[in-house]
Design a protein around this ligand. Sequence first.
Ligand SMILES: Cc1cc2nc3c(=O)[nH]c(=O)nc-3n(C[C@H](O)[C@H](O)[C@H](O)COP(=O)(O)O)c2cc1C
Length: 318
Amino acid sequence: MQTPLTEELGIRYPIIQAGMVWTSGWKLAVASARAGALGLIGAGSMKPDLLREHLRKAKATEVSATIGVNIPLIRGDVNELIRVILEEGIKIIFTSAGDPKVHAQKFKDAGCFLVHVVANVKHALKAEAAGCDAVVAEGFEAGGHNGVDEITTLCLIPQVVDAVKIPVIAAGGIADGRQMLAAFALGAQAVQIGTRFAATIESSSHSNYKQAIVDADDNSTVLTLKKIAPVRLKKNIFALGAMNAAAHGATKEEEIELLGKKREMRGIFEGDLENGELEMGQSSGLVKEILSAEDVVKRLLSEYQQAKEKIDTLRIEN
Ligand SMILES: Cc1cc2nc3c(=O)[nH]c(=O)nc-3n(C[C@H](O)[C@H](O)[C@H](O)COP(=O)(O)O)c2cc1C
């Protein structure tokens, strides 16, 4: 299952465990890397000192080379976080939520492999022009923050693949091996998976939140808070309230007030199932058990093989 991208990243399988706030600390990243995937530590919910602690714990393991960091560029203290990442010598960087051009040179000068998350072709081209080594193209099925264009993974991936020369990683809605196969058919060289890994044993999220993923159906999530920054959440009192406010013409300021502070932490980390933000994607309907990261990777690989064999044996009977 090697692709040019897996060779560059030094990973056994073309699977990237996504960087996720309140979810992917060093424990999940190390477990994913041990299973042969790329493990990403999510810096988005960490203060610089805590990030350094997580990076050092990951660096002390035998899989440190296949662990990277996801950093949302929108963070007010982004320069401080970048300083910590570079001081700790991390070489695989995934940026999101911002303009990669502003910081790209710092990472390139430090010899990092730089990947930016995009949700449309225009931003993919910009990331390539900024010097990124690959892009994650993320469809709006994805859990958490989304682009404003609402393009599905099935339509986004081939259009980004046609537009750029750098490798494309598919994300958004991928939770099993059948979908991995589909992503490769569309031209992706790897998949980035969030929701499926958020519900693993090693994820630092609250057990209530993990169970909420397992309990979800196909229509359990909603994209809301579109005036601030669209985010896909499980429907609960908070998310439905936000939808209701939008339907009644809530302004950006009203959405900001409704959101308040620390809503992600409350939902994902503290397990408040009704008043917290439960970031998860449409693929939550496919997640039926809380497994270890290793078992998730093993299942993805066996489901991928089964799906491939099934396609090969398809016959059209006339
Ligand atoms: C709980 C949660 C937190 C997330 N936090 C971040 C984040 O901090 N930075 C980021 O770039 N993406 C974040 N994402 C998006 C993931 O990195 C990933 O691209 C997305 O989950 C892929 O879609 P999927 O959930 O359908 O697998 C988050 C997703 C979830 C579910």
